[in-house]
Design a protein around this ligand. Structure first.
Ligand code: IPE
Ligand code: IPE
Ligand code: MG
Length: 247
């Protein structure tokens, strides 16, 4: 079926009053996409950035309120230095071309992750993006960069211990209190998690926040992911019955 036709069909089926508010995405399969085409892995990452542009645009069009993109995990430092360096050159490239549109579209950019270990140029690019969109009130675009779910939880625990020592915490903490110490303190949990490339694992992404998210997997590699796939995921999400433990 032609892409335009699929898009049209999905548009008719999706209930635009009920799109997931927060969508989290594990963008996976760049390397395999490239290798299967006889290209070096970084070509997959280059193409992957194009997909980010498109998906962010489409998420905004669909009325998604928050989109959280897993761009670099705390475990990704284990990759060869050249690949880490290449990945670290991408935020700058992305913001260079996209920032004017993000500003125009009222998108608010955020960073989730430990920015202290990021190279200066990456931090600078993301800070500029965050700063320039700080007062925007439209879609929230989170980039998880040097993000790890376990390290986020530990950071929260250690901050809480510090606050307890300073007498700012009295008695027991509940889930709501704990939430305030996470990178996502201001945000609702993801309603939908998308992972591309056929892998069916969380890979240390948003361990606390994904507790009740709907999971959607596709074999499609990230560079081939497009608007139609995002719409498919949204439509599939709408067919789910979320019970949260109830009947
Ligand atoms: C996703 O693609 C990009 C990052 C994890 C940074 P991969 O680079 O993991 O691609 P595969 O999984 O090796 O194909
Ligand atoms: C998860 O992908 C991290 C990102 C998408 C940034 P990986 O490719 O690193 O995950 P594993 O190693 O296959 O679990
Ligand atoms: Mg991978």
């Amino acid at each position: 079926m032609k892409v335009e036709k699929m898009e049209q069909e999905l548009k008719e089926k999706i209930d635009f009053q009920k799109v997931p508010g927060h969508v989290a995405v594990i963008m996976d399969g760049n390397g395999r996409w490239a290798v299967e085409r006889g290209l070096p892995r970084h070509e997959g990452h280059r193409q992957g950035v194009e997909t980010v542009r498109e998906v962010v645009r489409c998420a905004n069009e669909l009325g998604i309120k928050i989109i959280t993109m897993f761009a670099f995990s705390t475990e990704n430092w284990r990759r060869p230095a050249w690949e880490v360096n290449y990945l670290m050159s991408l935020p700058e490239k992305y913001f260079q071309t996209e920032l004017p549109e993000l500003i125009r579209e009222n998108v608010k950019v955020n960073l989730l992750g430990d920015s202290s270990r990021l190279p200066g140029k990456v931090k600078k690019a993301v800070d500029e993006g965050t700063e320039a969109t700080r007062n925007n009130t439209g879609m929230i675009l989170n980039f998880a960069l040097n993000y790890g779910g376990r390290s986020e939880i530990l950071l929260a625990v250690n901050r809480m211990l510090q606050d307890a020592r300073e007498g700012k915490i009295k008695g027991k903490v509940n889930e709501k209190d704990f939430n305030r110490y996470l990178y996502t303190s201001e945000l609702p949990d993801p309603d939908l998690l998308i992972r591309t490339s056929g892998e069916k694992r969380i890979s240390n992404f948003l361990l606390w926040q994904l507790a009740y998210s709907e999971l959607w997997f596709t074999e499609v590699y990230w560079p081939d992911f497009s608007k139609v796939h995002l719409m498919e995921a949204v439509y599939d999400y709408q067919l789910r019955k979320r019970r949260f433990g109830k009947v």
